[in-house]
Design a protein around this ligand. Structure first.
Ligand code: F6R
Length: 606
């Protein structure tokens, strides 16, 4: 969603801010802006709706070389997509960018009636509040701290005032802020990708903290203005990882690089010779591992589907476990009870998803241990869980999640493999899955290469359809849900995923020649039943595509057969083909593949 950058130092702020905003584009936004102070201490604001390129055009007419400024990409929450609602907001002596939502902004707005508000945003009210505190000789830091205590809601903010021309104030509550410390420069951002290439040293601000940033570094305080000793951490990743690397879109790059990223996910964590899996991060004693009887897996969207797929494997690997997979936006408000011998797996690519984070906090309140299955290092969820494991998929820039899904499933399977050792788990299965995991990166690479052109041609054939059903049983069922999600979010084709056993309970009424159906069929004991569902659809004129690892004769309009030694984990291979299929359909329909309409990469509001 919204993104923040800020800069104070030796470089031309305008350039650093624009570069930073481009790095944050992937998060999804509908308008953007920057405010800078020039060397004569005069403020300049430029804002525009649409892409950063529009903002760049505006700035071309007003280039200047100030060395301090703030920038923002906005994903509208309060008020429509207009230049006036875009950030930065300027009120009195205050220039402010803000991520998050101020819940009591209406009340505050009434109290601040002396201000002539221009926009419909909560952010402008926040700026006015800071300005109203910024008087009687109090510093900007103190004015921000006071305002931060008066607002209710969430915020990550960056503020400056021409009255204190070498200072940026940043603060956070529930919305990330990272302070990059360079040589005579400080660059702040809501996302570490904006800092790559400038510095590796950073302070990750915690909730309820603010920092005074100058070109000499940053000092951190709590809201009572007590000075805090902040940890200096090293930022993960490099600039190449956030570039397209010769691909037309990030999405294609991220689909195609799954062999490499999965290798990183697995590295040092499996031993196929001994049939062992081991994760370092869960932070659980042997006794705690033995005592786990119940697992709840929490996530949203693709992360939820990853949890669902992993649960099928986990219950086979550890037969005495009860596993529940829940959608975070629902679970957070339910009166749920978890037995004391539970562990919660909190699954999130970004580590910032508001609903998932809220669940994590609810679960912690009940005294249950939480483990993160997170991709973004240093993210809020990663910092708040009791333990956990990074999935090491590398930066995922395209809004639709692909490589993170594969990495999340595999990481949870490894967790179950490790747990199985303490629960007299299914040793034969552990050994088989460990072997398959070791072969999976290579097999993904081969599958994607071998079937690339076939999938592309298939996408062309089906790109004009408006409706699709994705169907599968057992481990192919979560894949059906994920396949439908991928297709709808990037191609805008209406697609629904179902367990094929559910067909007769309703969805089969939809089937006619205007729909196409994608069946993922795994060569296992349910094969004949899956084929039964396929026949039912064909008998009613549905156009059928089958993705399978079986070489049995199958009657369908189109079939893609993968020939792989991977059997148990075959759904992950079929899923990579679904990803590619959705990608090429979206390209064919001329969509903005990496930043689909209305979507944001990291959903930091409810
Ligand atoms: C789908 C997608 C979303 C995310 C969901 C959770 O392609 O990207 O459904 O999976 O918003 O996001 P994270 O994993 O960041 O918590």
């Amino acid at each position: 969603m919204c993104g923040i950058v800020g800069y104070v130092g030796k470089r031309t702020a305008q350039n650093v801010l624009l570069n930073g905003l481009k790095r944050l584009e992937y998060r999804g936004y509908d308008s953007a802006g920057i405010a800078t102070l020039d060397d004569n201490n005069r403020p300049h604001i430029a804002r525009s709706i649409g892409k950063i390129a529009e903002l760049e055009n505006v700035l071309l007419t007003k280039p200047h070389d100030g060395h301090l400024g703030i920038g923002h990409t906005r994903w509208a929450t309060h008020g429509g997509v207009t230049v006036t609602n875009a950030h930065p907001h300027h009120v009195g002596n205050i220039y402010l960018v803000h991520n998050g939502i101020i819940e009591n902004y209406k009340e505050l707005k009434e109290k601040l009636s002396k201000y002539n508000f221009q926009s419909d945003t909560d952010t402008e009210v926040f700026a006015a509040l800071i300005d109203s505190n910024y008087k009687d000789g109090i510093s900007l830091k103190d004015a921000v701290a006071k305002a931060a205590k008066q607002v209710r809601g969430t915020y990550g903010i960056a503020v400056f005032s021409p009255n204190e021309p070498n200072t940026l104030i940043v603060a956070r509550l529930g919305s990330p802020l990272i302070i990059g410390l360079g040589q005579n420069e400080t660059i702040i951002a809501s996302d570490a990708s904006a800092l790559l290439g400038y510095t590796r040293e950073a302070i990750y601000l915690n909730d309820g903290e603010l920092a005074v940033c100058t070109d000499k570094g940053a000092e951190v305080f709590n809201l009572n203005l007590k000075h805090l000793n902040a940890n200096h951490e090293t930022i993960d990743g490099n600039v190449e990882q956030i570039q397209k690397g010769g691909y037309q879109h990030f999405l294609l790059k991220e689909i195609m690089e799954q062999a490499t990223t999965l290798h990183n996910t697995l590295s040092g964590r499996i031993d196929p010779k001994l049939g062992k899996m081991h994760l370092g991060g869960p932070n659980l004693t042997e006794e705690e591992m033995r005592n786990i009887k119940h697992i709840v897996i929490v996530g949203c969207g693709t992360a939820y589907y990853a949890g669902l797929l992993a649960s099928y494997y986990m219950e086979q690997l550890v037969p005495d476990l009860t596993i529940e997979v829940v959608i975070a936006s629902e679970y957070r408000y339910r009166s749920f009870h978890l037995p004391k011998d539970s562990v919660a797996l909190i699954v999130s690519q970004s580590g910032e998803t508001a609903d998932t984070l809220a669940c994590l906090r609810e679960i912690k309140k009940r005294g249950i241990k939480t483990l993160g299955i997170v991709n973004v290092v240093g993210s809020t969820i990663a910092r708040e869980v009791d333990g956990g494991t990074y999935v090491h998929a590398g930066p995922e820039i395209s809004v639709a999640s692909t490589k993170a899904f594969t990495a999340q499933v595999v990481t949870m399977v490894m967790f179950a493999g490790m747990l199985a050792e303490y629960h007299s788990g299914n040793a034969e299965l552990i050994s088989k899955i460990t072997k398959e995991l070791s072969e999976l990166p290579k097999e993904i690479e081969t599958t994607l290469k071998k079937h690339h052109d076939e999938v592309k041609a298939l996408a062309k054939k089906y790109a004009k359809y408006n409706d699709a059903l994705y169907l599968g049983r057992d481990t192919a069922y979560p894949i059906a849900l994920e396949g439908a999600l991928k297709l709808k979010e990037i191609s805008y084709i209406h697609a629904e995923g179902y367990a094929s056993g559910e067909l007769k309970h309703g969805p089969i009424a939809l089937v006619d020649e205007t729909f196409f159906e994608v069946f993922s069929i795994i060569d296992n004991w349910l094969f004949d039943k899956s084929i039964g569902g396929l026949h039912e659809v064909r008998a009613r004129g549905g156009k059928t595509i089958v993705l399978t690892n079986s070489d049995a004769e199958i009657d369908a309009d189109d079939i893609i057969r993968i020939n792989s030694k991977i059997k148990i984990l075959a759904p992950l291979l079929l899923n990579t083909l679904q990803q590619l299929f959705a990608y090429y359909i979206a390209v064919d329909r001329g969509n903005d593949v990496d930043q689909p309409r209305n979507l944001a990469k990291s959903v930091t509001v409810e």
